[in-house]
Write a protein that binds this ligand. Sequence first.
Ligand code: BDP
Length: 711
Amino acid sequence: ETGLDGWLRYAALPDEFANLRSRYSTIISLTGNQSSPVFTAARELQVGLSKILGQSVNLETKLPGIADVSSIVVGTVKTFLSAGRDTPDILSLKEDGYCLICKDGKATEIIGQNEQGALYGAFEFLRLLSRNQPLPNMHISNPSAPIRWVNQWDNLDGTIERGYAGPSIFFADGYVLEDLTRVQQYARLLASVGLNGLIVNNVNSNYNLLNPINMQGLARIADIMRPWGVRIGISLYFDTPKGLGGLRTSDPLDPDVIAWWGSITSELYRHVPDMLGYLIKANSEGQPGPLTYGRTLADGANMFARALQPHGDGIVMYRAFVYNHHLDESDWKNDRANAAVEYFDGLDTQFEDNVIIQIKYGPIDFQIREPPSPLLAHLRKTPIILELQVTQEYLGQQDHVVYLPPLWKTIFNFDLHVDGQQSLVRDIVSGQRFNWSRSGYAAVVNVGNDPTWLGSHLAMANLYAYGLCTWDPQQSEIDIIQGWTQLTFGLHKTIVDTITSISMASWPTYEDYSGNLGIQTLCDIVTHCHYGPCPASQDGNGWGQWTRANAHSIGMDRTVATGTGNSGQYPQVVAERFERIDTTPDELLLWFHHVPYTHRLKSGKTVIQHFYDSHYAGALVAQTFPQQWEALRGLIDNDRFDHVAFRLRYQAGHALVWRDSINNFYYAKCGIKDEHNRVGNHAWRIEAEDMTLEGYAVVPVTPFEAASGGK
Ligand code: BDP
């Protein structure tokens, strides 16, 4: 198996479920419109059931009045009502919600609040059946938030920024691809987990996206995704009026610039009438933006917002990722973690109603452990989108298994105590806390044209989980991985237990051997690869990802009293907790405090001993992954077995490289011995440089810590 169908393989149920064959023989779509998600739902039910049950299933378009017991009727509340169905039970459906009714002796009904809702209900029904779960008498399900989108960082030349699975499925050589087969398959995967929007191109955008040929290409992408209920939006380059339009400025208050964006927007809507809107990265990492022209961020956002307003419900997703990437560490109090709140200070009431601020989950950048962004507690009027990453940029880039929901939950469940009231991040994001009608989630996914989509089979659990978490952020991460495993690899208990065990251990394990106690992922910052260990690069870089490690102490002092003041950007209860070492949880200690290596944690260990021990513990757990995986040999197909086995073996090796690099580096810095005498003591090893090797030369290794003897 290649992995192309992801979790939508619809493996045949074993023979003992033969009774279900007579239960389902016909699908009835309440619409004959083939581009409607309702019809897509009906077709998916037909395909899915015929594979799961191993029999042919009919698809008909007629009224439910004459549906017999072996039918599944799929439609919207509206079409059910006009077909005479009494529906008091489904009035509590919210936008995109669905109701699943599987009563004995009656036709099964899948009723969507809207057309997408019907599709989500169909996928849920197929999931339950495939997993051999009990079908509900009646089940009403509503999404937590209306915005459940993915961002692709695809470039027009076909490369993908922070993509680890081959070239783009959208673009090549400057244009939208002719063959969009993979785009259609991607839309199916997204819809199956309730995702309803996609931004097609990189936040580091290129104005050639807006040339006439690419506009037609965008129309083709939108047309292919629409039957799956997935709408598209685009990322814009702020200086497009200058670059593409030939104007002398891109000043957001300049009448010519405003008129130019107005006409481009009309042109876009002619091609994509249901476009979601614009994602804007501006004044960030060298990108131009309103500040370039002496205007406020609100001036910039509002210019796009007004261009969108005449055309429906389009929104501006204005990224809060605004910071100076040429920071000077000698002024370490100029803290990048403060940037978002500082830049957006005072702007909450200044934005047009169709502006939404898109905020990364942490104040820095998708690290292994961060507190929630303090900006999440500052906007009351302006709604937000919480930005996550499915692509594992700082988290092993799909070569390391890292199942992400446990990390996401630390953010979703965090109580920011805004205005002294309970304010869980998930309730802010859903819109509930501040009564927003449009808010939600975006994740950078970056699938590529590799058949595995993300470059590794196990990484796909994160895309599946992302969809389910946006639908219900309280769903158990264990249930999610178990469900995904059953759909993707099979129902056998050993399969489910093994993949659940590896996945649930994976994030803490990666944290253990990469960066502990809130110090960030200690990966290579300087070459921008963000991959293997390079703790030295964490200091002295312009991006402000600093650890302030010296011979005696480590960590960013972000307190108000003596540090950068970042803790004071949180509401009082939270601020007080992070201000003090004794109330800051160990896992975020070095995020908020600068302490000696000999500082004792709540566990009683010193910081440095914790580093040493965690790196050994994490690397040890990684050694068990390939062994655990062995249990699946013969229980799953060889193709996927081998593909994953190879990666887990690689990870086990790379975990040792991580362990020794980080430990060697800090040992060299502080000279404090490991209590267990492991660090710097590789007596049991045979070093390559001590061997007699033919055809090899011994050379110093950079960084030195990546080789035990520096060679
Ligand atoms: C960083 C990535 C960079 C992105 C940037 C962003 O390294 O490639 O362009 O975030 O989100 O994490 O804009």
